[in-house]
Write a protein of this length. Structure first.
Length: 222
């Protein structure tokens, strides 16, 4: 099956099985979304939502966040991991938003990427979910599924983003990003995954990769 034809079938299945997806990170506005996405690096969305409930009760604006010390922020966000780096980035980016952007989150990818702790994936999520700008943020989960489904060779997230943008229409990127995340959680997990019963892997995954995943699964059981 050609990659484009496979993408069309995958998109139809995602519409059927996932529908209109929810944004998994709880937030109130552009700023709280930015902070939540930053905190999600190497942390589950469930844990981030637990932490931001307490963080945003204390500071939900750049001004309030900048008035907290790094130690105060770190104490709250410690369960998310990487708290020294993240607390420093959160306080510093809040100060920069106040100084350079009138306390608002910029609607510009390059400006977002210039903020401390904000990489390309985080900036792309904000562009997509806060501003509705067509983006295809690729995290490790989407990277893994794109490789499983034969939509990208899976060399790195940059290459995967480029490949996905080539096979899916731009108007669908923002929705597909979330649909793939939710599909992965429900049907296509990294561990204990049976590609023959997965609604997408069953037809999209190559026979060679299915054989490799079966062997790996059997080795873990033995």
């Amino acid at each position: 099956m050609k990659r484009h034809d496979k993408a069309v079938r995958i998109s139809a299945l995602l519409d059927q099985l996932i529908g209109v997806p929810e944004v998994p990170l709880h937030h109130e506005d552009h700023f709280t979304l930015l902070i939540a996405v930053l905190l999600s690096a190497q942390c589950t969305d469930v844990r981030v939502n637990q932490v931001t409930k307490h963080l945003f009760a204390k500071a939900s604006t750049p001004l309030a966040m900048a008035q907290l010390s790094e130690d105060e922020i770190r104490a709250i966000i410690r369960p998310c991991g990487l708290s020294p780096q993240k607390s420093k980035a959160i306080r510093r980016l809040s100060q920069i938003l106040l100084r350079d952007f009138d306390g608002t989150v910029p609607r510009d990818l390059a400006a977002l990427e210039s903020l401390p702790g904000v990489g390309h994936k985080t900036a792309s999520v904000v562009m997509a979910q806060a501003f509705g700008v067509a983006s295809f943020p690729v995290d490790t989960h989407i990277h893994r599924l794109a490789a499983r489904w034969g939509l990208s060779p899976g060399r790195n997230v940059v290459a995967t983003e480029r490949d996905l943008k080539r096979v899916f229409p731009e108007a669908a990127w923002n929705t597909l990003h979330l649909q793939i995340i939710w599909f992965g959680r429900r049907f296509c997990r990294a561990l204990r995954h049976d590609p023959d019963v997965c609604p997408i892997c069953s037809f999209a995954m190559s026979q060679a990769r299915k054989a490799r995943e079966r062997r790996a699964r059997n080795e873990k059981r033995s």
